[in-house]
Design a protein around this ligand. Structure first.
Ligand SMILES: C[S@@+](CC[C@H](N)C(=O)[O-])C[C@H]1O[C@@H](n2cnc3c(N)ncnc32)[C@H](O)[C@@H]1O
Length: 266
């Protein structure tokens, strides 16, 4: 897709969410709270999707990027919405009390679901950057004044290869490929986790980008990688990008998609 056309469309998508009556007030609140300009948010949205080969993991450091991730999750018809629905669907099938979401990005639909339903389940949200926690605290407080009863934060760099502790569920949503040794990190986590732990991962199938340290050329490669790491796939779903909305993928192989798996330990 021509870059000028792509940029124009991306600007329109960002504006459509910012001005959507369902979230307009909330987004304006975040812009004021974090002293960000609307144009700054739109430009960063464009930068994130215009050329995925143009940046590395440092892009996630800023607070404006958290808002960018958040508005992607609100974009109607996008794969972000399908991904969130699948994660929630898989979680609902599991009996669990504790879950950890590594590289959580921003709180997503499943967190909103459990918080609004006053669930007693405990969630630990893990990320590398302070911006993730700064944004999440403000968003979660808007969703529930008592979120602290069930949500914990932990600043962790997956690159340090430390075990994050025992949980009933380990979530890695488009995150484990961002650590320098994804295979070693997954193997270690699976090996040390309780026998009954479940793992939910969403993996990008297709060409690798500079922020990733592993490439899953096709689903078979991903399945083998999970099995070699000590996991058994119980259920899986393919989430395809919507070429009309998910423009970030326009420069990637047409077959690019998300492979979401619910696994138990072998
Ligand atoms: C592609 S985003 C995915 C966000 C979210 N899980 C989602 O699916 O929308 C990758 C996330 O991993 C985090 N991340 C990158 N490198 C990391 C590391 N070494 N340790 C912990 N988190 C990391 C980033 O800050 C970012 O929030």
């Amino acid at each position: 897709m021509n870059k000028t056309v792509k940029e124009k469309k991306l600007r329109e998508f960002a504006k459509s969410v910012i001005n959507d009556l369902r979230c307009k007030k909330e987004i304006k609140y975040f812009l004021r709270y974090f002293r960000l300009g609307e144009e700054q948010l739109i430009q960063e949205y464009v930068n994130y999707d215009l050329d995925v080969f143009d940046y590395e993991n440092e892009i996630y450091e800023s607070i404006v990027m958290r808002l960018v991730l958040y508005i992607h999750n609100l974009l109607d018809g996008s794969w972000h919405q399908d991904r969130q629905n699948t994660i929630l669907e898989f979680l609902k099938k599991i009996n669990f009390e504790t879950a950890v979401d590594v590289g959580f990005g921003v709180p997503t639909k499943y967190i909103k679901h459990y918080i609004l339903n006053k669930s007693a389940k405990k969630f630990t949200l893990v990320d590398l950057y302070d911006s993730a926690f700064d944004f999440a605290k403000v968003l979660l407080f808007r969703w529930s004044k008592t979120y602290k009863k069930t949500i914990n934060f932990e600043k962790v760099d997956m690159n340090n290869m430390e075990y994050i502790g025992d949980y009933d569920v380990f979530l890695f949503q488009d995150s484990i490929e961002h650590t320098k040794n994804p295979t070693g990190y997954l193997k270690k986590t699976v090996f040390l986790s309780p026998e009954s732990s479940k793992f939910i991962l969403s993996l990008p199938i297709g060409p690798s980008v500079p922020s990733h340290y592993i490439e899953f050329k096709n689903k078979e490669v991903a399945i083998k990688w999970l099995e070699n790491s000590g996991l058994k796939i119980e259920e899986s779903k393919d989430i395809f990008v919507n070429p009309k909305v998910d423009l970030f993928a326009s420069d990637l192989d047409k077959k690019f998609y998300n492979f979401i798996v619910l696994c138990s330990k072998k």
